[in-house]
Design a protein around this ligand. Sequence first.
Ligand code: ADP
Ligand code: MG
Ligand code: MG
Length: 247
Amino acid sequence: EKIMDIKNLHSKVEDAEILKGLNLKINKGEIHVIMGPNGAGKSTLANVLMGHPKHEITDGEIIFNDKNINDLSVDKRAKEGLFLSFQYPEEIPGVTVENFLRTSKSAITDEKQGIFAFRKVLKEKMELLEMDETYAGRYLNQGFSGGEKKKNEILQMTILEPKLAILDETDSGLDIDAIRIVSKGVKAYSNDENAILVITHYNKILDYLEPDYVHVLVDGKIVKTGGAELADKIEQKGYEEFKKDLS
Ligand code: ADP
Ligand code: MG
Ligand code: MG
């Protein structure tokens, strides 16, 4: 069953065309990986899907849950079940992790989250990610190590329970143990009712994630789709041959 259908997507940022006719279908239960050279448009795709106001859709369609969401605001997309984890999470002084997550959950579900019930759920999810309980009381991302910030993003995903989670380089800058824990968290979140789109430069995360599809994004388009073997090939040979295909 289809969860997202991206058709001939074109986008512009500050007068530059970045996405140039991108097509991608994602079904429930699937894990997709996007790889590609620097500047190819991977983060742009994530931002356009989430509705970042700096990016303009100039052609094509984003169908999510059978609806065209091209003109939906970021918060409406989140309510529909879209989630984007950022490459560089922001620090928010004065707001604790627990309060931030509880407020976000209330906003997305339109249901008040009881403090004690929420705390119990939060504790369970944090244990899964091997996060110390004390993080819940710390100010969001302030003084967090790179690994802690990334884990916090995954924690946010497991709390908000999106239908489609987009993770933009959540594995960048993580040590081997943190990559394992983060990918295990993502894998554990994956089920028959949701889907995950992972943007990455590294093969390590794929060992744990066991993706259904690997896509290569070059110059604003998906130029090749395969399985995990495609990632191995890229690790050995780089992106040159995919770039050549374009000229
Ligand atoms: P990737 O994530 O694949 O490395 P990006 O999507 O971040 O690539 O960037 C693709 C291109 O779009 C780059 O040339 C980048 O400079 C440009 N770009 C992305 N966001 C903006 C922005 N907000 N303003 C101007 N240019 C941007
Ligand atoms: Mg790119
Ligand atoms: Mg990027």
